[in-house]
Design a protein around this ligand. Structure first.
Ligand SMILES: NC(=O)c1ccc[n+]([C@@H]2O[C@H](COP(=O)([O-])OP(=O)(O)OC[C@H]3O[C@@H](n4cnc5c(N)ncnc54)[C@H](O)[C@@H]3O)[C@@H](O)[C@H]2O)c1
Length: 411
C-alpha cells in the first residue's frame, strides 16, 4: 500500500503532470512494474482527496498503460472518489492489510512519524521516504516499535543505490580518517508552488540535505561520528510573494565529527541545500567532495556526461542512471537498473524474505537497506540543524554506550 499521491508517487502536481523531471512519478510506476514481474500482488493507494483519483487513473492510463506494454495500473483507492477531504483515510486502508504486508509512505515530512507509527504498530513492513521523521525522539520511538513488532522499517534513500555513490562509499572505508565533506543539493524555486501545502512545516535541510547527510553517515559507519551541529540559513525569496511561505531559502549545516579509532582526529562536514535555485539544465544540482586522510573524491551526480539539445526545450543534462523512462525496443518498461527503481525493489525483496520466513530478523538487512536501526545519526544531524536555526546556537549530540544518539543539547 502506498500512502501519498503526490509528485513522487504519481507525477501529478496541482491537478496535472509535474513540470519537474518526474512527470510519471517514481513509486507507483516502480510498483506497477514489480507487480508485472510477479514480486507483488494487489496495490492500494491512500491520499487525502478522493476526488483526485479520477485524474490520477487517467494520467496512469494515458502515460503508463498507453506507453509500456503489459503494464496494469489498477489500484484500490482511499478515500472514495466522491470524498473531498479525509486526512485519516489511510488508517481505513491500513485496516485492510494483514501483518507482514508492505507500506510505502511518501507524504509531507511532518506527517511521516504518525503514519509510520500506525503502520509499524500493525506489524507491517514500512518504507518511509527521507527524512523518516523530523525529531530524534520520534526516530527512537519507531526503532523500538519496529523491534517489538518484527517490522522491517527502512528509509527510501536512493543515492545509496547509485553505482558511483555506492562505489565511493566502499572506497571511503579504506581511506583512513575522515577529514572533510561538503555537499550541495538544490531544486528550482518553482517547486515551492508544488510543495506550498507543507513547505512551512518542514525545511529544505530536512527535504534535501537528508540525502547527502544519509550518504555521509552511511560511509562513516565505524569510522567517525558527529558531535556538534551549527546551522545557518538565507531568506528573502520563499517567504515573499508569490510564495509567502514560512521557510528558509537555503540552509547550511556545519557539523563537527570525531574519528572513532583515532579520537584526537576531527573532521568537518558542510551540507547545503536550497529550494530557490534558478531553472537549469538539471532539475536538481547535486554533488559532493569527500576528503579522507589518504584520498579524496568528487562526484557530480547531476552531470553524467549526457547532454540533450532539442527544438522543444533548453539544453538538458540527462541522468537515466536514476530513472530510465524510455521503453525498450519491444515496448516494455526498462528502467529496472535505475537507482530510483532499485531502492524500492530491494525493500520489496527483503520484506518478501521475511514474509516467507526465509529470513527471520529484520536486522539481517541492516547492511542492504537504510534501516531505522542504522540511521538515527542522520536524524540527529537534521533535527539538531533545525534546533540550531531556531535557537541560534550549536547543538551537541550525546550518545548512549551502543553508539545510538539519544539527546540533543544547545551549547
Ligand atoms: N518530489 C520528489 O522529487 C521527491 C523525491 C524523493 C522523496 N520525496 C519525498 O516524498 C514526500 C512527498 O513528496 P512529494 O514530492 O510527493 O510531495 P507532494 O506535495 O507532491 O505530495 C504529497 C502528498 O501527500 C499527501 N498527503 C498529505 N497528507 C496526507 C494524509 N494525511 N494521508 C494521505 N496522504 C496525505 C498529499 O495529498 C499529497 O498527495 C516528501 O517527504 C519528500 O521528501 C519527494
Amino acid at each position: 500500500m502506498i500512502i501519498g499521491t503526490g509528485e513522487y508517487v504519481s507525477g501529478i502536481v496541482l491537478g496535472s503532470s509535474s513540470g519537474s523531471d518526474k512527470k510519471l512519478g517514481v513509486v507507483a510506476l516502480v510498483l506497477f512494474d514489480l507487480r508485472r514481474r510477479g514480486f507483488i500482488d494487489k496495490i492500494l493507494l491512500a491520499g487525502t482527496q478522493g476526488n483526485k483519483f479520477p485524474t490520477i487513473r487517467e494520467h496512469f492510463r494515458k502515460n503508463i498503460t498507453g506507453v509500456y506494454k503489459d503494464m496494469d495500473t489498477t489500484f484500490e483507492s482511499f478515500p472514495e472518489d466522491n470524498v473531498e477531504r479525509e486526512p485519516n483515510a489511510y488508517k481505513r486502508a491500513l485496516d485492510k492489510l494483514k501483518k507482514g504486508d508492505l507500506v510505502f509512505i511518501f507524504t509531507p515530512d511532518n506527517v511521516h512519524f504518525e503514519m509510520a507509527k500506525e503502520a509499524i504498530s500493525r506489524g507491517l513492513h514500512v518504507m518511509v521516504t527521507k527524512p523518516i521523521v523530523q525529531k530524534l525522539e520520534d526516530h527512537l520511538t519507531l526503532l523500538n516499535l519496529a523491534k517489538q513488532n518484527d517490522s522491517l522499517v527502512a528509509i527510501e534513500v536512493h543515492k545509496r543505490f547509485d553505482p558511483i555513490y555506492s562505489d565511493c562509499c566502499q572506497r571511503i572505508k579504506s581511506c583512513g580518517n575522515f577529514s572533510y565533506f561538503s555537499s550541495y543539493m538544490s531544486q528550482p524555486k518553482f517547486q515551492l508552488h508544488t510543495f506550498k501545502a507543507w513547505a512551512s512545516f518542514s525545511d529544505i535541510s530536512y527535504y534535501l540535505n537528508s540525502h547527502h547527510v544519509d550518504f555521509h553517515c552511511w560511509a562513516m559507519e565505524d569510522i567517525a561520528r558527529p558531535e556538534s551541529v551549527y546551522a545557518t540559513a538565507s531568506s528573502g525569496i520563499a517567504n515573499r510573494a508569490p510564495y509567502e511561505l514560512n521557510t528558509e531559502d537555503t540552509i547550511t549545516l556545519l557539523v563537527r565529527w570525531r574519528n572513532i579509532k583515532d579520537p584526537s582526529a576531527t573532521g568537518t562536514a558542510v551540507y547545503t541545500a536550497s529550494w530557490v535555485a534558478p531553472k537549469a539544465d538539471v532539475h536538481s544540482q547535486q554533488y559532493f567532495h569527500y576528503m579522507g586522510s589518504s584520498a579524496e573524491f568528487r562526484i557530480d551526480q547531476a552531470h553524467r556526461g549526457y547532454l540533450m539539445n532539442s527544438d522543444d526545450s533548453a539544453p538538458l543534462s540527462l541522468n537515466p542512471l536514476y530513472m530510465k523512462y524510455t521503453p525498450d525496443n519491444d515496448g516494455y518498461f526498462s528502467g529496472q537498473n535505475g537507482y530510483g527503481y532499485k531502492s524500492i525493489e530491494e525493500f520489496v525483496k527483503c520484506a518478501s524474505k521475511l514474509r516467507t520466513a526465509e529470513v527471520k530478523s529484520p536486522n539481517s538487512f541492516d547492511h542492504l537497506l537504510a534501516t531505522v536501526h542504522k540511521t538515527a545519526i542522520s536524524t540527529a544531524i537534521l533535527h539538531a540543524g533545525r534546533m540550531s536555526l531556531d535557537c541560534g546556537k550549536p547543538i551537541t549530540i550525546q550518545y548512549q554506550e551502543d553508539g545510538i544518539p539519544t539527546q540533543l543539547s544547545p551549547q
